[in-house]
Design a binder for this molecule. Structure first.
Ligand code: KG4
Ligand code: ZN
Length: 473
């Protein structure tokens, strides 16, 4: 009987939503026209206009028996149930999370065999792999949660940044579920999700806080002012740290089935981290930006100079060869993380000048599951009298929970779309944002190399949030 509570309440919220929808047919028609013809940027502004007339009164009343406030810094205990879908890179993930933070299910299907075969993510293959498993992954997530689509309050899905071909698979699935069951849909920024999942893990984590987001494609230092409001203190001018782990693992002939990062972390434990003298990147740059391309090259040259044959898998190599490989792995990891430490130290100073009330540094994204990374950053944070918040490894690497949770946080503020039309034209332009910055660049930290490569970048999440708030005020 206890489990019926949330289900019933969600059904009520959805009933309210449907009533409101029929009152707003005109608005819905406008929205539909926009969603098929407009450019993504405009769509967001109009969606915010739409949601402000559509959502707040409705959802406040429907959840009034269990929720208290819509502020983004308040603990919530509501009965929303959100399905999160993530397909931005090589993991197909789905999860169901309740508004009070309870994880009802979490399913991840990884493309380990493809990674092993191609030595990295091949977009077309990844798209195919997502398409093959997406229905099953979503079904498994619902089954494990003991729910059906009809029990959901909303669907959240990653719309960027990421690989367009892959994003499309998740977005199409989310829209199909949302259209069939008349559910609102929340478009999620992948890096905001990596950040906000820390608030699910640590309920005391209040805005403002700092975040270091480290993954395969991103190296970001941000000051999180509020939901949707991020200041970018630093980014990478070329590769992200995860890419450097992955390539180093490939060149060292390691088993890539769990991805390169964990393979290097494991091997590094057996090596001498001082044995190969790699230089720390960007020491002369007094900013918070990163660069891992040069370190990658240093690793490649070290491997060549020691005549290591990456064609011979690690497990078949001689003892001497294995030791050399372990030394390179350990030396690489030490310097890769030292680069993080140095930039974090400076970013903390900058962030405290802007927001002296900051108490936490969140470290999230796939590379944050690394124990050595956590230990070293913990020291940086302690030196600066801050606290480290690191989600557990399963929530650091790509997952559906972080998408569902970000959906919940945004949904509470009325930041969602109405259900998509039951039948969407084949050529409907989906709102996919493969290159989508999280925050606006802090002027002191602007990187020249980066700002020269701004073509085809979507306006940042923060710029869009601010524009929509301005429009609705
Ligand atoms: O966040 P994520 O799952 O996907 C992206 O958004 O990119 O991050 C994946 C990256 C990969 O480069 C992977 O090698 C790295 O995170 N990674 C690790 C570890 N686990 C995953 N890197 C270092 N140590 C780990 N234990
Ligand atoms: Zn990620």
């Amino acid at each position: 009987m206890a489990s019926l509570g949330p289900t019933l309440s969600c059904t009520i919220s959805r009933l309210n939503l449907l009533v409101e929808l029929s009152h707003n047919q005109h608005t819905i028609r406008i929205f539909r026209a926009l969603s098929c013809n407009s450019r993504p940027q405009k769509l967001f502004y109009h969606r915010r206009l739409f949601t402000s007339s559509f959502s707040s009164a409705n959802f406040k009343s429907s959840t009034s028996n269990c929720s208290k406030t819509l502020g983004s810094n308040h603990v919530f205990n509501d009965n929303l149930v959100v399905l999160g879908i993530e397909t931005s890179c090589d993991d197909t993930a789905a999860a169901v999370v309740r508004g009070n933070g309870e994880i009802l299910s979490q399913v991840v299907s990884s493309q380990a065999d493809l990674l092993e075969r191609y030595g990295g993510v091949a977009p077309k293959m990844a798209e195919e792999a997502h398409s093959q498993v997406i229905d099953q992954v979503v079904q498994d997530a619902l089954d494990k949660a003991n729910l059906t689509e009809a029990d959901l309050s909303a669907v959240a899905v990653t719309i960027g940044p990421g690989l367009s071909l892959c994003l499309r698979v998740g977005v199409q699935k989310a829209r199909k579920v949302a259209a069939t069951y008349q559910l609102p849909i929340v478009n999620v920024h992948h890096m905001e999700a990596h950040t906000l999942v820390a608030r699910l893990c640590d309920r005391d984590l209040q805005f403002p806080f700092m975040a270091l987001l480290i993954s395969g494609g991103h190296n970001l230092l941000v000051l999180a002012h509020d939901l949707g409001h991020y200041l970018q203190l630093g980014t990478t001018i070329d590769d992200a740290i995860g890419e450097a782990y992955d390539k180093s693992a490939k060149w060292l002939g390691l088993d890539l089935r769990k991805s390169g990062g964990p393979a290097i972390e494991e091997l590094a434990r057996q090596g001498d981290a001082q044995s190969v003298k790699f230089s720390v990147p960007m020491k002369q740059h007094k900013d918070c930006n990163f660069s891992y391309a040069g370190l990658k090259t240093q690793v490649k040259l070290a491997i060549e100079s020691k005549n290591i044959d990456a064609g011979i898998p690690f497990s078949s190599a001689s003892m001497d060869d294995q030791r050399l490989r372990a030394d390179i792995a350990a030396s690489f990891q030490r310097v890769a993380v030292l680069h993080l430490e140095e930039k974090c130290e400076r970013a903390i100073q900058w962030a405290l000048e802007i927001e002296p009330s900051i108490k936490h540094l969140v470290v999230s994204g796939g590379v944050a599951s690394n124990q050595y990374v956590r230990a070293r950053l913990n020291e940086v944070v302690a030196r600066n009298s801050l606290q480290l918040v690191c989600p557990p490894p399963s929530l650091c690497t790509d997952n559906g929970v972080m998408i569902a949770w970000t959906g919940i946080e945004n949904f509470r503020l009325g930041r969602f779309d109405p259900p998509p039309p039951a039948i969407e034209p084949e050529d409907c332009q989906l709102d996919l944002r493969p290159r989508w910055p999280l925050g606006e660049e802090y002027s002191r930290g602007r990187s020249i190399a980066r700002s020269m490569r701004t073509a085809r970048i979507h306006p940042s999440l923060t710029a869009l949030t601010q524009a929509s708030e301005y429009q609705s005020s």
